[in-house]
Design a binder for this molecule. Structure first.
Ligand SMILES: Cc1cc2nc3c(=O)[nH]c(=O)nc-3n(C[C@H](O)[C@H](O)[C@H](O)COP(=O)(O)O)c2cc1C
Ligand SMILES: [Fe+2]
Ligand SMILES: [Fe+2]
Length: 384
């Protein structure tokens, strides 16, 4: 971990309904911030304005009657920077530290006026006394101005949103699932940019990662880096199981999806996961679709297209750069089934996706005569 010179002054937000206006966060969210107390005092980011009063109280307590010299802005997104004006109201003599883009983007939200600023570039250092920060640019992880800083005395990486998770710090819950859901939905599109930063980080001796959300990481760093390596290269974690994502108007397609799950269960030890796209958290479904190599999409035909929940889902996957999967398709329709064709078209242009045969086409209810096709799909998806 770290010495008493480093103080956590972040806040938990457990009354937020949706993070970034769209993500369910059943265990809340944390906005992390830290103070480094040395000859000079640096504050690492602020927090969401929703919690500014708690934050300023934490900061005041940590400062022990001293005043901060630097406020380092790793990320301008409002969950970290929207308290900046309130911070400046209390500590107007602080020097803001950011890169050229940081200051451009801060001006979108604030009038900085004559506030002192220090513009840093890749590799530049800021000496605080015993502690020294080195700045590492992380453009498009997941905003253009994002940067990290490495503190070489205690071997700390202040990693901005990277390595963050959904969930308040006070909630002691497993890291992987909520970190995956956070990463893939929020940063997932930017795998190459994350790769670039991971390469820079590999050259550093990092003992603790201090992200802007979720717990600090130490012993689990190898595990976490391994997951980030997979996620940022679009390498699915689960090879044997199958995710069956379905959208069903009247339940017949849902029944076919369940039947396929039963068949798959007899053929593999891998996990078979069913996701009703109308009812599960879309962010969780997306996260699972990245996690599983093998994914079956099953949908009703709807107005000569595909049921909107499936349409949205495929659109989202594509937008997040989803790739490297084996796909099976099931369609249902009463007079002119189109869902299979539409789903196939939506998957066009997705990198390294193999759609296996057969595309199972059901008319209304699942019948005995449909079972051989479902069996064949099960074999094809497992053996591809
Ligand atoms: C609003 C609506 C629009 C539909 N549009 C089509 C269509 O364009 N072509 C078609 O073959 N079936 C269409 N259907 C029929 C369904 O695809 C069919 O009932 C199918 O069996 C539904 O499967 P489900 O029980 O899983 O929803 C439509 C059904 C509804 C309710
Ligand atoms: Fe962010
Ligand atoms: Fe964030």
């Amino acid at each position: 971990m770290y010495s008493d010179a480093i103080r956590y002054i972040g806040v938990d937000d457990v009354d937020i309904d949706l993070f970034e206006g769209q993500y369910e966060v059943p265990s809340g969210m944390s906005y992390n911030s830290y103070v480094i107390l040395d000859d000079k005092i640096a504050v690492m980011d602020t927090v969401d304005l929703r919690k500014v009063n708690d934050y300023l109280a934490n900061l005041k307590a940590a400062l022990e009657d001293r005043k901060p010299d630097y406020l380092i802005v790793h990320h301008v997104e409002p969950d970290h920077a929207s308290s900046l004006q309130r911070f400046l109201d209390v500590y107007p003599d602080v020097t803001l530290v950011g890169n050229a883009k940081t200051f451009q983007m801060l001006e979108n939200y604030f009038h900085l006026g004559s506030t002192a600023r220090l513009v840093v570039k890749e590799g530049e250092k800021l000496e605080l006394g015993h502690h020294t920060l080195t700045f590492i640019m992380a453009p498009m992880v997941h905003w253009p101005e994002v940067m990290m800083s490495y503190e070489s005395e205690e071997h700390l990486l202040f990693s901005a949103d990277a390595f963050g998770k959904f969930g308040a710090r006070g909630m002691d819950e497993p890291w992987d699932d909520e970190a995956r859901r956070y990463y893939l939905n929020i940063v997932g599109k930017y795998g190459p940019q994350v790769q670039a930063v991971l390469k820079k980080a590999a050259a550093l001796d990092i003992r603790t990662i201090l992200p802007l959300h979720g717990p600090d990481l130490d012993e689990t760093i190898p595990h976490v880096l391994d997951l980030y390596q997979k996620w940022s290269t679009y390498t699915p974690e689960i090879e044997n199981g199958v995710l069956i994502a379905y959208a069903s108007l009247h339940g017949n397609t849902a029944g076919a999806a369940e039947r396929l799950a039963d068949i798959l269960d007899t053929k593999t030890d891998g996990d078979i996961l069913l996701a009703d796209l109308a009812r599960v958290d879309p962010a969780e479904a997306l996260s699972c679709a990245f996690q599983y190599r093998r994914v079956v999409f099953a949908a009703s035909t709807y107005n000569a297209g595909v049921m909107p929940f499936m349409d949205d889902f495929l659109h989202h996957l594509k937008a997040k750069n989803w790739q490297n999967h084996v796909v099976g398709l099931i369609e249902n329709g009463s007079w002119a089934p189109m869902a299979g064709k539409v789903m196939k078209a939506e998957l066009e242009g997705v990198k390294n996706v193999t759609v296996v045969d057969p595309v199972v086409s059901i008319r209304g209810a699942l019948k005995e005569s449909d079972l051989p096709a479902l069996e064949a799909l099960a074999d094809a998806i497992l053996n591809a």
